[in-house]
Design a protein around this ligand. Sequence first.
Ligand code: FES
Length: 110
Amino acid sequence: MDNLISLCAEADVPSDAGLRVDLPGRPSLAVFRLDDTFHVIDDTCTHGLASLCDGYVEDGTVECPLHAGKFCIKTGAAIDGPVDTPVQVYPSQVVSGRICISNESLRTTE
Ligand code: FES
């Protein structure tokens, strides 16, 4: 992956919730830890203005705190509740203990 953006340290990501990362002019991101792998998705639910980092994590899914829509953390797929649009997933890698994504994969919000 070229042109990487560092989001956070591995140690910053809890095992039972997402870590919200806000970058200027970019969508808010949610970094999740599943076992020892890390996954980065859009933090905002596709059904409304709710932060998935405030949601409930179980069995590789995150449940939106607002209406209980459920997403697969690995694929972003909408799998239960009122959600039918997947959340964006960003391929990530760990570089020197930090979770990174490609700058090219990240759209702007401006
Ligand atoms: S805002 Fe997330 S399910 Fe409605």
